[in-house]
Design a protein around this ligand. Structure first.
Ligand SMILES: [Zn+2]
Length: 154
């Protein structure tokens, strides 16, 4: 079952396997977000209240599209999405690390980062699967709401 724990394990594994040199200098959380057609994942920095005590502290929140809870989506698609967000973290976006670029997606920096870390083929498989399946998946499982047409007789 793709619950919160499953999602956290993906983050943990990706970090341990591919981002071990990237220090975790703050509280990093990963959560399921809303279902979305185009946004697969996102990363933000936010002050949160720890469960114990009531002090606010800065944390990084990685949010993953809830459509990925469906087992029909290959696990590597989710893993690649998490890796993409971790690359942002490594570049100092939504993280306490030094910011390395002007913009998070400047000139293919994510692709280069993933390739450098041995994640190039994973990213490629993710993109291929999305290209071949995502559109159809969305139409079937998360179609845009139909506009209600109101006809008035006057
Ligand atoms: Zn991104």
């Amino acid at each position: 079952m793709r619950d919160d724990k499953w999602l956290f394990q993906i983050l943990d594994e990706v970090w341990d396997k591919y981002f071990l040199d990237v220090p975790q200098d703050n509280d990093v959380r990963i959560v399921w977000g809303r279902k979305a057609r185009t946004r697969l994942g996102s990363i933000k920095e936010e002050s949160i209240v720890a469960e114990k005590g009531n002090k606010m502290h800065p944390a990084t929140i990685i949010t993953i599209n809830s459509l990925f809870k469906d087992e029909a989506i290959p696990e590597y698609v989710v893993t690649a999405t998490v890796a993409h967000e971790l690359a942002h973290y490594a570049h100092g976006f939504s993280s306490p690390l030094e910011q390395k670029f002007d913009k998070p997606h400047a000139g293919g920096v994510i692709h280069q980062e993933l390739a450098r870390r041995g994640l190039g083929s994973l990213e490629k498989r993710q993109k291929k699967w999305l290209r071949e399946n995502w559109r159809e998946y969305i139409i079937k499982h998360f179609p845009p709401k139909r506009r209600r047409v109101v006809i008035r007789w006057i």
